[in-house]
Each structure stands twice: as C-alpha cells, then as structure tokens.
Write a protein that binds this ligand. Structure first.
Ligand code: ADP
Length: 491
C-alpha cells in the first residue's frame, strides 16, 4: 500500500473541551483496548454529567461568540476544508489509531474510511455557503422570506463500528450549517474522535465549536440527551438505545435523528451473474467484520440457483483470511470487544439450535494466541422466523434463505422490523426497478453493495430510524431550522 504506512500514533488521553485537553471532573477513567491483542491502548476520561455540562456550556458559548456565530459561510467553508486537509495529512496515523482501537483491517481504515472522511469534510465545506432561504409570495402588502439558521448546540452520539467516519457524517454537516457540537464517541472506540476535536482546534475552529467527551452511554450519553441546553441529538447506534434516546429527549423537546440497526436483505435472482452476486453478498456481510448497520445479513436466493450459491458462498467464507488487522492479506479483523464476540457466538448457537445448516465458520479464533476473532460464518436453510433471520447480529454471520419468485422475494425482504438497506442481484432491469420500489429500505443497491457517497442520503425506514445522514438536503433539514420573516411594505 504505497503512501499508506502505519505509524505510531499519538494517543489522546483527555477530554477535548473548548479547544483544550481536560480531565473528567471526578477523575474517572476507563481503558480502551486493542481487540486484536487484548492490550490496553490508553485510559481515557469517563465523562460524567458534570463534564457533559461543561462541554455543552462551551458549545453554547461558541454559539454566542461572534467569532463563530457571525463567521461568514465562506469562513466556515474554509475551516472545513482546512480540517479535511489536516485529516488527510495525518491519515496514516488516524487509520492506525482506528485499527488499533476497533480491530478492523488497516486496509479498511486507510483505504476506505480515511479517504471518505476527508471527502466528507470537503463535500460539506462546499455546502457551507450554499445554505439559503426563500422569498415567498404571500397575500397582502408583505415581503416574506425565510432564513435558514443553525439549530444550535448539537449532541452527536456515535457507535464503535466506524468511529471516525460516522463522527464525520454528523460533525461535517453540523459545522457547515453553523452549529456547535458535543460529540460522544462509543466507549469501545474513543480515540480517533478525540483526535478529530484536536485537529478542529488546530485548524482554527473557535473554542467550543467542537467538543469531544469520551464516556459511557448510560452516563455521558444520557446526560447529553437530557441536557436542557442541547437543541438536537444526532444518533447512530442500536435500535433499543435509539428508542431510549427518543423517550429521554422528549422531556426537553429536542430535535432527534436516529440511524439505527438493520437486517438488510441481499436478494439474488437466478438470472444474476452468480460470481458477482457471491462476491457482493460476501463483502455485504463480511466487510467490516459484519459490524455494519447496513450489512447484507439476510441473503435471499432464488431456488433454482440456491445450492450452487450456498456452495460458492461457503467456499468464499472458508477462504476469508483472519489475521492481524495490520497485515495486508488480512480480510477479517478482530471483533470490537469480548462482549460483542460473545454475542456473535450466542447467535451462532441459536442458529444451530433452531435447525439452520452451518456451512462455514461459526468458531471463535485467535491470532498468535490472542484477540477476539470469529471465522466467517454462513448458515443455509434459514427460516424467516428464526432468531438469526430476525435479529441484528452485528458480526460476520450470513443467513441464507431460498425464495421461489419475485413476489416471494419482496415479501421475504420486507418481513423484518428493520428497513435500512437492501441489495438486488439480477440482469433484468425491470425486475431490479420493481424490487427497488417495493422493498422498504432507505438505500437499495442493484448489482453492487455497500456503496456510499457524501452526496447520497443514507438512513432508515421502520425500526432503522429516521432522518438521513449525507446529502445536502438531508443536512439542511437536520442541522438548520427555518425562520419566516414578515415585513410590512405599506407603512
Ligand atoms: P452498539 O450496539 O453499536 O454498541 P449502542 O446503541 O449501544 O450501539 O451505542 C451507540 C452509542 O450510543 C455509543 O456511543 C453509546 O455509548 C451510546 N449510548 C448507549 N446507551 C446510551 C444512552 N442510554 N443514552 C445515550 N447514549 C447511549
């Protein structure tokens, strides 16, 4: 990987508040470790309500500071662009940090996550000076126009699977729209988010515009959601926590957006290019260790090609190399934590107990005698009501099910509480469009999977949440509010 060498990263060990490093007021810390080796990487502060209050106070201060609230949109664009440049300059280091903290392969961190984070900040830099209101033709002698104003203080709560990318998905548009932010990364993976705060301060964002507090969901996260001076919560995480956040945010009537779990169908028709479909289905579930909210975890395959598909998928899974995430030939890194590993193995057990046929993987593995690894796992003959077909596993576990015809496929695809994404593999363009229209999911991929772009909205239907990340329209909807101004013209 030329130009992508891992380097020894600087490990942040304090909270980033008002452009300075701080300890938690209570002095509490917690360890964050490397899931591939079990080694503790750092102890970071465990922010409590008092620390969150300090960070929110800093953010509110930024919203009242003319250096930020009166900064021209061009100024915001310039700062966002500089932040993208700073991230790009430190991409090797940030990618290393991400891999050490999360266990994903360095290839994924360096070649996929980091470039997309840089591009994300540049895309939203481009939005900053294009946010505008309208002049509205109202009845009577009035001029009526709208202003698009920042929502205010935004609490961003992100999970551990794409720590820096998902932080960027929220931070970049929220800053472009002129808000101030308190970002709470997941307790499993706080390191790159803390570095992001530092980089924002370094490139010139005024104090308090971006604060980063490491801490636990039930303490720091909950305090952010409950805080009376936070105007909006942008959340990515599990569906149960999303429900709690929505309930908790009701008390202070915050604007809430939720990008939650999924159990996405990847539908393979008999007329598909089977080689492509197998490749797509396997990256759909094994990329990112399957710790991907849009993972194509339910693979629906038309009966006439079912046996061939199952055999090819099992073969690919067996060849998926588990190893040190820093190694070039590793395709499956370490599961983020021991707790998550147990969860994944429990689902493997449930699949077997329910009578699904295990055709590949299903085992715990170690690399050099350590770490949280699970082999690429494929279940065939899964029934739609089985646990492994209904619940989000968040691990490298595929559930394959046969279907008969197009109507059957659509029915099965929609037989879930979730609606985040779906994949369709067919050479029949009419069939592709019909399924794309009828599947209830926020993103549909045809003859491809796991494509993202800052310009294209991403988010869920049903229990996968509401509100969209990415895309300029979704950003304006989420991170601004509209003010209607009336001017009498006859006096
Ligand atoms: P995952 O299953 O990916 O761990 P979670 O929904 O548990 O997803 O976590 C996503 C984020 O939500 C993390 O930053 C976590 O700390 C935070 N979180 C967990 N519980 C709460 C809560 N009650 N209130 C606010 N944030 C929370």
């Amino acid at each position: 990987m030329p130009g992508a060498e891992s380097v020894t990263p600087t490990i942040p060990e304090r909270l980033w508040i008002a452009n300075g490093w701080e300890d938690a007021a209570g002095g509490g810390t917690f360890p964050t470790s490397n899931p591939a080796t079990d080694e503790v990487l750092a102890r970071v502060p465990a922010a409590e309500a008092e620390d969150v209050d300090r960070a929110v106070g800093a953010a509110r201060g930024a919203m009242e500071n003319p250096d930020w609230c009166r900064m021209s949109p061009h100024g915001r664009a310039e700062l966002l662009w500089k932040l993208a440049d700073a991230i790009e300059a430190e991409a090797d280091e940030l990618a290393t940090l991400e891999t050490l903290d999360n266990g994903k392969t360095y290839f994924e961190s360096r070649k996929v996550d980091l470039p997309s984070v840089v591009e994300n900040f540049r895309y939203f830099a481009g939005l900053a000076d294009k946010i505008q209101g309208a002049t509205i033709p109202v009845a009577g002698p009035f001029l009526n126009y709208t202003l698009r104003e920042p929502v205010g203080v935004v609490g961003c709560i992100v999970p551990w699977n794409f720590p820096l990318s998902l932080a960027a998905w929220k931070v970049a548009p929220a800053l472009a729209c002129g808000n101030a932010i308190v970002l709470k990364p997941a307790e499993q993976t706080p390191l790159t988010a803390l570095r992001l705060g530092e980089l924002a301060g370094r490139v010139g964002f005024p104090p308090g515009v971006l604060n980063v507090v490491s801490g636990f969901g039930e303490t720091a996260g909950a305090a952010l959601v409950r805080h009376a001076d936070v105007d909006a919560i942008a959340f990515t995480g599990s569906t149960p926590v999303g429900k709690t956040i929505m309930r908790e945010a009701a008390e202070t009537l915050k604007k809430v957006s939720l990008e939650l779990g999924g159990k996405s169908p990847n539908i393979v028709f008999a007329d598909a290019d089977l080689k492509d479909a197998v490749r797509g289905a396997s990256t759909g579930i094994f990329y990112g260790k399957g710790e991907v909210c849009a993972a194509g975890s339910r693979i629906l395959v038309q009966r006439t090609v079912y046996d061939d598909f199952v055999a090819a998928m099992a073969d690919r899974a067996e060849k998926t190399v588990i190893g040190d995430p820093m190694r070039r030939d590793t395709r499956l890194g370490a599961i983020v934590s021991e707790e998550q590993l147990e969860r994944v193995l429990d689902y493997v057990e449930a699949g077997q107990a329910d009578g699904a046929r295990l055709v590949a993987g299903g085992e715990r593995a170690r690399v050099d005698g350590r770490g949280n690894f699970v082999t690429a796992t494929v279940f065939a003959d899964v029934e739609p009501e089985m646990k492994i077909a209904q619940e989000e596993i968040f691990g490298p576990v595929a559930a394959i099910m046969p279907f008969e015809d197009l109507d059957d496929a659509i029915r099965m695809a929609n037989r879930t509480i979730y609606g985040l994404a779906a994949g369709i593999w067919t050479r029949d363009i009419g069939k592709a469009h019909r399924v794309a229209a009828e599947v209830r999911a926020g993103t549909v991929w045809v003859n491809t999977y796991n494509q993202y772009d800052s310009a294209s909205p991403f988010g869920g239907y049903k229990h996968s949440g509401f509100g969209r990340d990415l895309g300029w329209e979704a950003a304006i909807e989420k991170y601004t509010q509209v003010k209607s101004v009336w001017v009498a013209m006859d006096r």
